[in-house]
Design a protein around this ligand. Structure first.
Ligand code: SF4
Length: 96
């Protein structure tokens, strides 16, 4: 190995040592890092969004648009916001 290639190798290894821990941290960020839906937003008002469903048997957790687990997730109608599984809006579309 020449001095030049050794230098490149050492530089790459140093960069990898930094990059791996950063990507590991980003990959483990909790989904609740997103903000909750702004209840006063035009979208929330138009779709009558509520954080806790008042409609028997209907909530985000059983809506086809919901992407999350039994606690919280995301919905494309409220992109970038955290949606509780217990929430509901008038665009609810039941699964199955
Ligand atoms: S469409 Fe409405 S009910 Fe369905 S996941 Fe999105 S916010 Fe919840």
């Amino acid at each position: 190995m020449t001095d030049t290639s050794r230098r490149k190798f050492v530089t790459l290894m140093g960069a990898s040592a930094v990059a791996i821990p950063v990507s590991a941290v980003i990959g483990t960020l909790p989904s609740h890092a997103a903000e909750p839906v702004d209840l006063a937003s035009d979208q929330a008002v138009a779709l009558q969004y509520v954080a806790v469903s008042e409609v028997e048997g209907k909530n985000c957790g059983n809506c086809t648009l919901y992407q999350g687990d039994e606690k919280s997730g995301m919905c494309p109608l409220f992109a970038g916001s955290e949606i509780p599984a217990a929430a509901w809006c008038s665009a609810h579309t039941p699964t199955g």
